[in-house]
Design a protein around this ligand. Sequence first.
Ligand code: C5P
Length: 205
Amino acid sequence: MIIAVDGPAASGKGTIARALARHYGLPHLDTGLLYRAVGQAVLDAGGDPADPDQALGGCGFDDALLADPRLKLDAAAVAASQVSAHPAVRAALLHRQRDFAARPGGAVLDGRDIGTVVAPDADAKLFVRATSAIRARRRHDELAAAGSRLSYDRVLADIKARDLRDTTRASAPLRQADDAVLLDTSYMSVEAAVSHAIEIVERQV
Ligand code: C5P
């Protein structure tokens, strides 16, 4: 069983994907982490994530980087959204995501283009969303817990800029797949969102 979970930043897709993976005993891949690692690798090399060649160079990141707490920070998120607009970067990361999805028994993947590009034949597809103000509040609290002192307004502006880049890029833009079911988590507790997500998957498989 392959479950695709897509949605914008801080919509709750990661929490939902992890809970679904636990519920069904499936491995989980947070694909945003791959793009963050590419972005961070470019920053570490003193490069510009907006430059296509430097961004592609970042795809050779060392896997140890995937466990680096700096990937949670806003700088890595912004760099991720810049490198992810380059088609060559998306192509370089596609095999890794498809290999994960093809694991025997299945997998849960979350990201922006899982239901549309990475696993268009997934057995279940969810598109998770929430208002930008609520997503910024969640991300702000998460970042603050990780030691960041970014203001709420700055986090909201970054989320809006990232939404715009992710939805308007030519290569695999963020959009709901035609056969994905929408789940708006704006006014839901984590528990409610997870149980809705399980119901949605049960209806699709
Ligand atoms: O989900 P997360 O916030 O970690 O993603 C960071 C950035 O990586 C996103 O803003 C998006 O630009 C990019 N991304 C993507 N495709 C994915 C996952 C993430 O373009 N499947």
